[in-house]
Design a protein around this ligand. Structure first.
Ligand SMILES: [Mg+2]
Length: 199
């Protein structure tokens, strides 16, 4: 059987991160952890989206393999996944250096958007077939091609969304997405709408 991959974005998809306010105590919530990558002056507070472990375990049972692809810097991403995916096998880790950098102007300043293009990573994954992967990302603007393989995380996760049920439903959404795309009975212009059914 060909491997199926869930390719995870990190920020606002699985976690919400912010520089810790030094005037407040460290939290002891099981859904919160702290990292301090060398590139940051203060600890970073990380909130895990609810049902994360349930989602990962369900997808593992279904036989999915996991890839991380964040547009964050490698040091930051590694610090997060060393905790978040501590007991979960990841086949590949891709970060900002695997994105394509697009300049844009914001109030006269040149900024950059880091875009995920599948051809940037497929060469690194032996036997990879893009039809067997789903990118799970909160920002459709970060995917410039291959949108048919994209599942938009909806809503974006912030630490205020403590009751968000999205990840509980996501394994079924991913299964449905694969089923829809592989069906031969769909009209040519059919667009799966399962992304918005998990709210
Ligand atoms: Mg994101």
């Amino acid at each position: 059987m060909t491997d199926k991959y869930a390719i995870w974005d990190i920020d606002e998809t699985l976690i919400s991160a912010s520089i810790k306010d030094i005037s407040t105590p460290f939290l002891t919530d099981p859904n919160v952890f702290y990292i301090q990558p060398i590139i940051y002056p203060s600890p970073v507070e990380i909130w895990i989206r609810k049902h994360f472990h349930e989602c990962i375990n369900s997808l593992k049972m279904k036989g999915y393999k996991f890839i991380i692809w964040s547009a964050g810097e490698e040091t930051y991403v590694k610090a997060i996944i060393s905790v978040l995916f501590k007991n979960v096998e990841i086949t590949h880790l891709f970060t900002r250096e695997h994105t394509t950098k697009y300049p844009y102007t914001d109030n006269g300043r040149t900024e950059y958007e880091y875009v995920k293009i599948l051809k940037n990573i497929e060469q690194h994954i032996p036997g990879f077939k893009r039809e067997n992967c789903r990118l799970i990302d909160d920002n459709p603007c970060h995917i410039k091609e291959g949108q048919e393989h994209l599942i938009i995380t909806c809503p974006k996760f912030s630490r205020k969304d403590t009751e968000c049920s999205y990840l509980r439903n996501l394994p079924d959404i991913i299964d449905a997405h694969f089923s829809l795309k592989s069906s031969t009975n769909l009209p040519v212009d059919f667009k799966p709408s399962v992304n918005n059914q998990a709210l």
